[in-house]
Design a protein around this ligand. Structure first.
Ligand code: ATP
Length: 224
């Protein structure tokens, strides 16, 4: 369970999120809102990439301020721009990177990398230069690199922006199949149809917190 208590986040003197208190316990939570409303900021608070200016964020009781490393093991983060997280020359090396940092045995790393490349249809790309992949291929690689670490929670910040229709379908199917708890920030409202809960962020606050169709209605009203 991820809990925010009286969380305020300010960049300098600009308050972007204002006194949010919310608990995320569902398997599938969507986050929507206008450009600049604070969705990425909200997402980054969930795994300690950003620390609250005021208030606390806890993941299964671990405070992101005090237990950042443990929180980041639990909460995988898929960035909006995959170039932010692709760090190794080839696809297979990039997927193996986090596992190597854990100093797992070589055979175990190889087995996990094979499994995840197969699962996301990335096998044929395995020896390719990661930075030369297409945008959509990079997004799938970034997701694979996070999921291979088996986090309990996966936070994704607009992961479908670069994807064509088949790859968007593939990514959404992958998300549906995950056992992990998913928090998805998106402008792609139709991907939220099966979600249990959707938060609408507007003017620094949670303007709606409801099942998808109700939340999407509230969002469209707020921005029109
Ligand atoms: N590091 C930063 N320093 C100063 N201001 C920032 C910083 N990061 C974000 N902001 C500002 O905070 C506000 C919220 O940004 P955020 O990226 O969280 O919005 P968003 O809802 O994810 O937007 P989008 O839908 O366009 O991705 C924006 O006005 C942005 O310009």
């Amino acid at each position: 369970m991820i809990a925010l208590e009286h969380v305020t986040l300010a960049y300098g003197d600009r308050v972007v999120l204002d006194d949010l208190t919310v608990t995320l316990a569902e398997k599938r939570v969507g986050v929507i809102g206008a450009n600049g409303s604070g969705k990425s900021t909200f997402a980054r608070l969930l795994n300690g990439l950003l620390l609250p200016t005021e208030g606390t964020v806890t993941v299964d009781g671990l405070d992101t301020r005090r237990s950042g490393r443990e929180v980041r093991r639990k909460v995988g983060f898929v960035f909006q721009n995959p170039d932010n997280q692709i760090v190794q020359p080839t696809v297979e090396e990039d997927v193996a990177f986090g596992l190597k940092n854990l100093r797992l045995p070589k055979a175990e790393i190889a087995a996990k990398v094979d499994e995840v490349l197969r699962r996301y249809s990335l096998e044929k790309l395995r020896t390719r230069q990661a930075h030369l992949l297409s945008g959509g291929e990079k997004q799938l690689l970034a997701l694979a690199g996070v999921l291979v670490m088996r986090p309990q929670y996966v936070v994704l910040d607009e992961p479908t922006t670069l994807l064509d229709w088949p790859n968007r379908r593939k990514l959404m199917d992958a998300l549906t199949a995950l056992e992990e708890t998913v928090v998805l920030v998106t402008h792609d409202l139709e991907t939220l149809a099966e979600f249990e809960r959707v938060l609408v962020i507007h003017e620094g606050r949670i303007a709606a917190d409801a099942p998808p169709s109700e939340a999407i209605d509230a969002y469209l009203k707020a921005v029109s």
